[in-house]
Design a protein around this ligand. Structure first.
Ligand code: PLP
Length: 393
């Protein structure tokens, strides 16, 4: 496609599928399930994987390729493949890389459905997971078994918005020959590029900040050519492929990723500072707040603090529920990374399938509220939160 030496913003805009005979400026939508072959010899060569030409959209499609290649460039990776959802991406990656009897080491603070996948689903194929406390990465090495294949982490974590030292994890993983996988959903490649810190694979729910406007589901996995070949060959056969339409939407979304995430991070920092001085708030977790316990690490591995904030209202669960019910503008919905500010209560929703012990291992308290700061004017967001706090007093 295009020059890989462009800066982030330029690559996000100028990585584009080859123009067709019409010389269109913007990539068209290739809604076709299959592509015709020139002759029987070409058809044979493509089916034999000797020639990589578009043949069938579960294998290759110009819109999907454009989105996946753009994500690979933005993450500093060699190749990528795109999926129907973030969970499709995570599940397919695990199944592509692991065999029955293999073992995963994961940080305990991860997305709720990933937790369910590791804890309840993968054990059906005898693939087990041990969890480590993100505040104690030195315990990881004690969890390594002869069957351990993958070290898995999220940073910032969902929903607690804590950060973990990705360069340190990469070092530990490689010392033990593990594949280090990072879910970079909260940061996006604009704020953090885990591959450059040593990660082998980066994956995303593209549904979140990558779409950025709450419209489509999608997922993507990027990494080096060798690992991606394995993941691609497995994934194209099992069918969690992204639709060309969603790929087209997501590729367009990437054109504005930098500017959106920058504004959302600015809004979030202003809001975190407001929350921190509010007497009704017990604790605020935001990586770029000076009071954040790992502020120096956050500054080292992230460009800005991102759009996600976790905070605790004084008065716990009851007060938290009253607060949510009093919001007038902010949306109560389970998505995140939207242009609209979204507020949820993880313990009763996104992480409700976790046990009390698992909740506490993920630092999820009953009174914790998670905010996905949007692109509205920050003063309107703060005003809505302020009035809801007043009503719920
Ligand atoms: C939403 C999310 C996922 C799952 O993605 P879907 O697109 O909903 O399948 C995975 N990881 C994180 C951190 C998420 O926020």
């Amino acid at each position: 496609m295009d020059n890989k030496n462009y800066k982030f913003e330029t690559s996000a805009i100028r990585t584009q599928a080859e123009r067709t005979q019409y010389n269109e400026h913007s990539t068209p939508l290739f809604l076709t399930s299959s592509f015709v072959f020139d002759d029987s010899e070409q058809m044979r060569a493509v089916f034999a994987d000797e020639e990589f030409k578009h043949s069938y959209s579960r294998y290759k499609n110009p819109n999907i390729d454009e989105f996946a290649e753009k994500m690979a460039i933005l993450e500093g990776a060699e190749a990528g493949y795109a999926y129907a959802s973030g969970m499709g991406a995570i599940f397919s990656t695990m199944m592509a890389l692991l065999n029955g009897g293999d073992h995963i080491i994961s940080c305990s603070s991860i997305y709720g459905a990933t937790h369910v996948l590791f804890n309840n689903t993968l054990p059906r194929w005898n693939i087990t997971t041990s969890f480590f406390d993100i505040n104690h990465p030195e315990t990881i090495e004690k969890l390594v078994l002869p069957t351990t294949k993958i070290l898995y982490a999220e940073s910032p974590t969902n929903p607690a918005c804590d950060v973990i030292d990705l360069a340190l994890l990469a070092e530990i993983a490689h010392k033990h020959n593990l594949i280090f996988i990072v879910d970079n959903c909260f940061a996006t490649p604009y704020l953090q590029q885990p591959i450059l810190l040593g990660a082998d694979i980066v994956l995303h729910s593209a549904t979140k900040l990558i779409d950025g406007q709450g419209r489509v589901l999608g997922g993507v996995v990027v990494g080096n050519q060798q690992l991606m070949n394995k993941i691609y060959l497995f994934s194209r056969g099992v069918g969690a492929t992204l639709s060309p339409f969603n790929a087209w939407v997501l590729s367009k979304s990437l054109e504005t990723l930098a500017i959106r995430v920058e504004r959302q991070s600015e809004n979030a920092l202003k809001m975190a500072e407001y929350l921190e001085q509010n007497p009704n708030i017990e604790r605020v977790m935001y990586p770029f707040l000076k009071s954040f316990p790992k502020y120096d690490l956050a500054k080292k591995q992230m460009k800005m603090g991102g759009n996600m904030i976790a905070f605790e209202i004084k008065g716990g669960l009851e007060k938290g529920k009253k607060f949510l019910n009093a919001l007038k503008m902010c949306s109560m919905t389970s998505n995140l990374g939207d242009s609209r500010t979204i507020i949820v209560h993880p313990a009763s929703t996104t992480h409700s399938k976790l046990s009390k012990e698992e909740l506490s291992a993920g630092f999820i308290t009953e009174g914790m509220v998670r905010v996905s700061v949007g692109l509205e004017h920050y003063q309107d967001i703060i005003d809505d939160i302020e009035q809801a706090l007043q009503i719920s007093l």
